[in-house]
Design a binder for this molecule. Structure first.
Ligand SMILES: [Zn+2]
Ligand SMILES: [Zn+2]
Length: 234
């Protein structure tokens, strides 16, 4: 299966297209599954199931959390409730206990691969479609599985990179295959022109047409429900 493990919709303050548009586009560019990982918002399971049925691809509910001011992010997929954590090193076990998967996203420009490994993450986003170090890959060391996330914030950014996962078409089976390391990264970085497209659409789609929705996303993000009690992610 071709799977993109890191996708944003307009429920993120910096995303532009609705979940339905993202899933439809993902299907049209040949992806078999995507994880929707909006900032600080867990994608609802019933909505994911509905979209899966409508478009015939697997939609994995997820969330990207962390201390955004410090640029320290984490992703959790396949969980049913938003996690409350005290320290980032607690996160992998909390997510695992909920049958989900904790992923260290874009590790090069954030904490660094080794730091995430030290924190107990068993899965790292070895290939991120939109960051400068995206083409570098980590070695299969320390027993950490690699996944690919395009980090798309607009539909046309989808379909350039993905993980090939040896799994049946269920969320549980996909997560289990990733845990076992049955996945490889393929594709290229998202072209710069597609990233530029995002800014154009952002201006018309969010700032001009739907300022209220943008302000609401900003408010949600400011609430930062996934940060620690101390206000720090580490
Ligand atoms: Zn991030
Ligand atoms: Zn992201």
């Amino acid at each position: 299966m071709k799977i993109d493990f890191h996708v944003h919709t307009d429920r993120s303050v910096d995303g532009v297209h609705r979940p339905r548009e993202m899933v439809k586009y993902a299907r049209n560019v040949g992806l078999d599954a995507i994880a929707i990982t909006d900032h600080n918002q867990l994608f609802p399971w019933n909505e994911a199931r509905r979209l899966s049925k409508e478009f015939g691809i697997v939609v994995i509910p997820g969330i990207e959390g962390g201390n955004f001011a410090l640029g320290k992010h984490w992703i959790a997929i396949g969980i049913r409730d938003r996690p409350v954590i005290k320290k980032i090193c607690d996160l992998p076990k909390i997510i695992q206990d909920r049958s989900g998967l904790a992923i260290a996203p874009h590790p090069y420009t954030r904490l660094g691969y080794d730091n995430y490994a030290d924190l107990g993450f068993k899965v790292v986003e070895a290939f991120n479609g939109t960051e400068p170090e995206a083409s570098r890959k980590v070695c299969h060391t320390r027993g950490i599985s690699e996944v690919t996330g395009s980090d798309s914030h607009a539909a046309p950014m989808l379909g350039f990179c993905w993980s090939v996962v040896d799994a049946c078409e269920t969320i549980e089976d996909i997560l289990e295959s990733v845990r076992k390391g049955f996945c490889i990264s393929q594709g290229t970085r998202v072209p710069f022109s597609r990233c530029l497209h995002l800014y154009g659409v952002y201006f018309t789609n969010r700032i001009l047409c739907r300022p209220a929705s943008m302000l609401y996303s900003l408010y949600e993000m400011a609430q930062s429900p996934c940060k620690t009690e101390e206000g720090e992610i580490l």
